[in-house]
Design a binder for this molecule. Structure first.
Ligand code: 5RP
Length: 288
């Protein structure tokens, strides 16, 4: 039996199995018609499992923060299992997956089969960045494949609050991303419905671009207005840009080139983590 907070997928799953067994035994003893009850129990425990799994992975992401999230855009796709193991050994605790459709952005990457394959090799939360024109069409397949956080672009949808709500109902945590030229005002309507904002510091689409400091101002504004909202930055993050992003209040730092263009993931992640620690923003009461 699991005690304390449920903050990982295995605990959430085992709690759901226990709950399902319990409900089934109550039904068995009640003498009521089995099939109707069994269907109801299966549906109910499926819903509870989704909510718990999402809750557990959000806890795991929050507990990992501040954290470097390797972006699997430049990794060795011929050895994904080995890459995941190396990244975990180097200290990564959350993975960032870049899904591009060649339409919303002028580049294509991968979709559900890779997410599902990664899911079988790691319990680390999978933070899936949807750079696609129709996030609602692929959200449920992504959840079924094992995504823990689904982030869609505010520029891709007509109603961000409604999109966030529909995605949340699929049993997953929800983030919203915005490109450098998109004003923060575009998020106003949905901020109450989401778990995370992904502030892009490059135009979405390609790794290896130059950091745009416009992201820092957005992070500072979001952090001062929403102290508890998870904030993530993506694009051009390296040992020189990660410190200012942390000082601006960022929690999660997506990194591609500054990890995958180095041979030693340990020292690459350590250099970034050291910069995060050196730039921790003051906590309440420490400002003066
Ligand atoms: O989402 C992305 C591009 O759209 C990538 O995650 C991002 O650019 C990371 O790569 P790098 O650290 O090389 O900039």
């Amino acid at each position: 039996m699991v005690s304390g907070a449920i903050d990982n997928r295995s605990d959430a799953r085992s709690m759901c199995c226990t709950l399902t067994a319990l409900l089934n035994s109550v039904v068995a003893e009640s003498g009521l018609k089995r099939t109707d009850w069994q269907n109801a129990v299966a549906k109910f425990s499926g819903l509870i499992e989704n909510v718990w799994m999402a809750r557990a992975s959000l806890e795991a992401i929050r507990n990992a923060a501040p954290a470097v999230l390797p972006s699997l855009l430049l990794c060795d796709f011929g050895d994904l299992k080995g890459e995941v193991a190396k990244l975990h050994d180097a200290g990564a605790r959350v993975l960032h997956l870049d899904v591009m459709d060649g339409h919303f952005v002028p580049n294509m990457t991968y979709a559900m089969p890779i997410v599902e394959g990664l899911r079988r090799h790691t319990d680390m939360p999978l933070d899936v960045h949807l750079m696609i024109s129709d996030p609602l069409k692929y959200a449920k397949p992504m959840v079924d494949a094992g995504a823990d956080m689904l982030t869609f672009h505010v520029e891709a949808v007509r109603n961000a609050a409604e999109t966030a709500d529909l995605i949340r109902q699929m049993g997953v945590n929800v983030g919203v991303a915005l490109n450098p030229e998109t004003p923060l005002a575009s998020l106003r309507e949905c901020l109450a419905d989401i778990d995370m904002v992904l502030v892009m510091s490059v135009e979405a689409g390609f790794g290896g671009q130059k950091f745009n400091p416009i992201a820092l101002e957005k992070l500072r504004t979001l952090r001062s207005e929403f102290p508890d909202l998870l904030l993530e930055i993506d694009g051009g993050i390296d040992a020189t840009t990660i410190g200012p992003a942390r000082a601006a209040g960022c929690d999660l730092f997506v990194v591609g080139s500054a990890i995958f263009k180095k041979h030693d993931y340990n020292s690459a992640i350590k250099a970034l983590t050291d910069e995060i620690a050196a730039n921790d923003p003051p906590t309440t009461g420490e400002e003066n």
